[in-house]
Write a protein that binds this ligand. Sequence first.
Ligand SMILES: NC(=O)c1ccc[n+]([C@@H]2O[C@H](COP(=O)([O-])OP(=O)(O)OC[C@H]3O[C@@H](n4cnc5c(N)ncnc54)[C@H](O)[C@@H]3O)[C@@H](O)[C@H]2O)c1
Ligand SMILES: O=C(O)C(=O)C[C@@H](O)[C@H](O)[C@H](O)COP(=O)(O)O
Ligand SMILES: [Zn+2]
Length: 363
Amino acid sequence: MTETPTRIEVGGTAGTDPYTVLVGRQLLGELPGLIGDRAKRVAVLHPEALAATGEALREDLAGQGYEAVAIQLPNAEESKTAEVAAYCWKALGQTGFTRSDVIVGVGGGATTDLAGFVAATWLRGVRWIAVPTTVLGMVDAAVGGKTGINTAEGKNLVGAFHPPAGVLCDLASLDSLPVNDYISGLAEIVKAGFIADPVILDLIESDPAEARKPGGAHTAELIERSIRVKAEVVSADLKESGLREILNYGHTLAHAIEKNERYNWRHGAAVSIGMVFAAELGRLAGRLDDATADRHRSVLESVGLPLTYRGDQWPKLLETMKVDKKSRGDLLRFIVLDGLAKPTVLEGPDPAVLLAAYAEVSR
Ligand SMILES: NC(=O)c1ccc[n+]([C@@H]2O[C@H](COP(=O)([O-])OP(=O)(O)OC[C@H]3O[C@@H](n4cnc5c(N)ncnc54)[C@H](O)[C@@H]3O)[C@@H](O)[C@H]2O)c1
Ligand SMILES: O=C(O)C(=O)C[C@@H](O)[C@H](O)[C@H](O)COP(=O)(O)O
Ligand SMILES: [Zn+2]
């Protein structure tokens, strides 16, 4: 018997169409309905690690009458480059891909960021569907239409807001995910807990070992609660003119760490350290109570996420943070908490306070 999938609606704003995030199992039967009758061609973009999945999907779509091509991307952050985007544009050009054709991104957040970016830029925008296969992709990257690539100067510096036509989260795909990638995704779940839904934190704290398992007692609930947080925020503010900035909690330092590590770190590991830093910043700025700040360390550590980074890297990290997308001119801006689930913006903190907060995450 097939369980009925959970449906989470994302509202259309800024002239975009609404769409649905489905969470369940065996959801690929939903694809043709999302692709629609007008498409003649479908391009399935997948990472090397999911070569068999990508090919199976291509064959399935070809069997349904589409001219289907599979485009294999490098794994992880290596796919989020201008060169890989250009490779995809070439493949689409050679296929004769038109405005009524559809891109399907199957993979983790790096894959869906790149697939969405290719969809946003090809012919100035074609429809795309996200099939996230990592925890992080399901709860965050595939939802909300932020697409993009990295440059040598920083993370996601080139991109577009281009929401998908639908998101299919097949929980069965998590079974093959390496444990470190699974744990990395928990960082964005914890983020959703601190900025908006503390029940998430209660669930993890009730049994951290279960939270680390794809088939854990609370897996589906943690994923669905986190998607609801994201869906609510991006439905209200697609283009990050205000509220959406709260989803960047912990990311100002995280993106600087990722660049410093030449994008070889998993995003969630950097976000974990970034959230501990943001909590310390909130505490030192007199906004956040000690118990909530300390709770960051305990919950992140309980699932195996890192809390510290190299102390000697501060000057480089600070330089990178200056070009964070939340900066305005010379003004550095951070998301901090005024209390549990009370995110707010801290503008232009004193450099001494920033350094003191970094000292708390330094090793
Ligand atoms: N657009 C957004 O709103 C948003 C939100 C959060 C994160 N992100 C981005 O998402 C990226 C991180 O995504 P991620 O954590 O999913 O990592 P990822 O996409 O790099 O995937 C991690 C690794 O797992 C492999 N993989 C994926 N699914 C698999 C599966 N089911 N089985 C086995 N291997 C599998 C991938 O090929 C890769 O090697 C970062 O680039 C981050 O910036 C974007
Ligand atoms: O969706 C958002 O908005 C987010 O900030 C979610 C983040 O988890 C995600 O990592 C996002 O890609 C960061 O965006 P950026 O604009 O800081 O590059
Ligand atoms: Zn993130």
